[in-house]
Design a protein around this ligand. Structure first.
Ligand SMILES: [Zn+2]
Ligand SMILES: [Zn+2]
Length: 126
């Protein structure tokens, strides 16, 4: 019996697309590309959110975090702290590195440091 090469090729293609479908079902995260995974705004070039975007993913999406969603909350005033504006006990005490400030706060604005903490920070950064 002659093997029909066309038929076997078709079977191969069919198997491939089946594998692809199964992979898709297994993967729960959706790749949303150049979009913020929190606010779903576009972070493409020219949107104004391109510069400070960060590659990120969560349970549902693979994409980016825009600068507006990439922030911490200050433990003292509860306002947003954007990246690089945060002060932790490590910044203040350097190698002593206590895990928190005296009042239990961990991440705060520079402006929210106490006078004493600011002084220590200036001293240790000399
Ligand atoms: Zn966002
Ligand atoms: Zn603050």
């Amino acid at each position: 019996m002659r093997i029909d090469s066309n038929t076997s090729l078709k079977n191969n293609i069919h198997e491939n697309s089946l594998t692809k479908t199964m992979t898709k079902l297994k993967c729960q995260q959706v790749d949303i590309g150049e979009t913020c995974i929190e606010c779903k705004k576009s972070v493409k070039w020219g949107t104004g959110l391109y510069v400070n975007r960060l590659p990120a993913d969560n349970d549902k999406y693979i994409g980016y975090l825009c600068a507006e969603c990439n922030f911490y909350e200050c433990d003292r005033c509860n306002k947003k702290i954007y990246c690089d504006e945060d002060c932790t006990p490590y910044d203040v005490y350097q190698d002593h590195e206590p895990s928190e400030f005296k009042d239990g706060a961990y991440r705060v604005h520079y402006e929210c440091l106490t006078k004493e903490e600011k002084l220590i920070m200036e001293e240790s950064n000399k």
